[in-house]
Design a binder for this molecule. Structure first.
Ligand SMILES: Cc1cc2nc3c(=O)[nH]c(=O)nc-3n(C[C@H](O)[C@H](O)[C@H](O)COP(=O)(O)OP(=O)(O)OC[C@H]3O[C@@H](n4cnc5c(N)ncnc54)[C@H](O)[C@@H]3O)c2cc1C
Length: 530
């Protein structure tokens, strides 16, 4: 049985989806007929119970970690042959890593930083100078910096704005500062209320000069949620500003020192397994089986790579899958329930991650850069920023291409050609007809995620569900579920933690009986982990 210890490179594929069929309603009265096959986990004496979690992105792994901490025995099942979901990465034929996304960790990620500490891997976060660096579209090759001095927030942020003279005039800076006051002083309630409008509308309401949006917040919106500010809920940017400005190190950024599946996900999986849980790859949830009372009776797992399909039963069940996939797998008996019906408008945003390996060094900036170009969002030279990708001679650019709705269906060649065209503005010395020292692209990778983080349009906050559902033995986590950190690594990790807490809070609720053998085709292995 492949376990998380046998990570392998894989082709880029959307996690498999299955059509929404009404599941068989199986009787819960004949449990004694089950002859379970080998079990994946054997709860130790004193275990508070077993939980099967579908999805081993950061949310599912975090859920597994905090469930074992609380005394439960989790089994985390991942559809693909790689851990991490949106932080998954693969090695190419030369042994170079390529990732689903360029990933940044912020100082304002308390749950993530705590998780790194709990795993004893905090030295894997490579912290950069506390600066936000923007390319200047009208001055090719020039960068403008907001440098945050080492003084408490929000004063370091105010200082960073006031001392930047490239992007904003003094009257603009003053108006910008005044516009930001509610973002700094008003609490989460205000931030949530602003979900009724886009960030563009919020800036107008605050009387911020239009150039502020153009100069700063198009780049920031694309970096935060892969869309422009007129498409993005004000809550998203205000949440970020609130954390960034209130916490002294809030906007300080770190890169992981290598590929996330190995450097972050595997340590979480190892932690879970050391504590008696299990993390398995190649285990796609195909169908949620129900008892007569609509509680979960078992997870039906598709048999992939020659494995037998199986039904796994446990005390409790959870989804850590993306919202688009959960919607497809929702049993029809649940879909009409107001709680589940309410998530219908949530859907993932398209985004593209690009890797360009160049034949020379084009940058020595050891930090994230905001491209402020039409097609690109943020980028970094990973040969400088990330230990494992270090190369003193040649650059390895990782770039986010967003908004990507119009591009997601186009060929890799078209996307690379458009990207290189934009690099003519950012690196005129190395790209374009007038380049003094033309750089060659040695190789590239284009990783498309047609449905990534949930599209945070105005009004979506009300559709994000709690981790506890109306089904007494079924829970949810994932960056799109309700937690205070939006669609992000921090949001995913926090959602998993909140789900573990919700399960613990329900401890007194008696788990439902497992699926019976009635109605189960003979071709299924039944593994009863309770
Ligand atoms: C290009 C890009 C750049 C990003 N940059 C940043 C950044 O800089 N900073 C930041 O904080 N965040 C960033 N994010 C967001 C961050 O990656 C996500 O918010 C987070 O990783 C989501 O974790 P998750 O566990 O909620 O979901 P996912 O990572 O989507 O995990 C869901 C898992 O469920 C699995 N699954 C699907 N179907 C099934 C099934 N049927 N059975 C079992 N398993 C299934 C999937 O394969 C996947 O592993 C970025 C995302 C992208 C795409």
């Amino acid at each position: 049985m492949p376990s998380a210890n046998t990570l392998r490179a894989s082709a880029i594929a959307e996690p498999p989806t299955t059509s929404r069929k009404a599941p068989p309603v199986v009787s819960s009265s004949r449990v004694s007929q089950i002859t379970p096959a080998e079990t994946y986990v054997s709860p130790a004496a004193g275990s508070k119970g077993t939980v099967v979690v579908a999805g081993a992105g950061l949310a599912g792994l975090s859920a597994g970690k905090y469930l074992v901490d609380q005394g439960y025995t989790p089994l985390v099942l991942e559809a693909r042959d790689v851990l991490g979901g949106k932080v998954a990465a693969w090695k190419d034929e030369d042994g170079d890593w390529y990732e689903t996304g360029l990933h940044i960790f912020f100082g304002a990620y308390p749950n993530t930083l705590m998780l790194f500490e709990e795993l004893g891997i905090q030295d894997r976060l490579q912290w950069k100078n506390h600066s936000l660096i923007f390319a200047m579209p009208n001055k090719p090759g020039v960068f403008s910096r907001f440098d945050f001095p080492d003084i408490p927030g929000p004063f370091n942020g105010i200082w960073a704005i006031l001392t930047n003279n490239d992007m904003l005039t003094w009257p603009e800076k003053i108006k910008f500062g005044l516009a930001l006051i509610p973002a700094i002083t008003k609490g989460q309630k205000y931030v949530e209320e602003m979900d009724r409008m886009s960030f563009s509308e919020w800036l107008k309401m605050q009387g911020a000069p239009p150039r502020i949006e153009k100069e700063i917040f198009i780049a920031m919106s694309k970096a935060l949620a892969f869309v422009d500010p007129d498409q993005l809920s004000a809550t998203v940017v205000l949440t970020a500003l609130n954390r960034f400005l209130q916490e002294g190190d809030g906007s300080k950024m770190a890169f992981l020192d290598g590929a996330p599946p190995e450097r972050l996900c595997q340590p979480i999986a190892d932690y879970i397994e050391r504590a008696g849980g299990k993390v398995l790859l190649d285990k796609p949830l195909e169908q949620v089986l129900l008892n007569e009372d609509n509680t979960v009776a078992g997870f039906q797992i598709r048999g992939v790579k020659g494995q037998q399909p199986e039904i796994i039963t446990a005390d409790r069940y959870a989804s850590a899958m993306p919202v688009d996939i959960l919607k497809k797998l929702l049993p029809s008996e649940w879909a009409a329930m107001p709680f589940f019906d309410n998530i219908t408008p949530l859907e993932g945003t398209p985004v593209i991650n690009i890797h360009l390996w160049l034949d020379r060094k084009v940058s020595d900036v050891n930090n994230l850069l905001f491209s402020r170009s039409k097609l690109l969002s943020v980028y970094a030279d990973m040969s400088v920023c990330c230990n494992e990708y270090k190369d003193d001679q040649r650059s390895h650019l990782e770039l986010i291409f967003a908004p990507a709705a119009e591009w997601i269906g186009r060929s890799d060649e078209e996307i690379i050609a458009a990207t290189v065209k934009e690099l003519e503005i950012i690196f005129p010395e190395y790209f374009g007809a007038n380049a003094r020292d033309p750089a060659q692209v040695r190789k590239y990778k284009v990783v498309k995620t047609p449905r990534s983080v949930y599209m945070a349009r105005p009004g979506m906050q009300a559709h994000r569900p709690d981790q506890k559902t109306p089904i007494s033995n079924f829970y949810l986590c994932g960056d799109w579920t309700m937690q205070r950190y939006l669609g992000s690594q921090e949001g995913a990790i926090l959602s998993g933690k909140q789900m573990a807490e919700a399960i613990e809070a329900d401890r007194a609720v008696r788990p439902r009986k497992a699926v019976s053998s009635a109605g189960i085709p003979a071709s299924f292995n039944v593994r009863q982990i309770r």
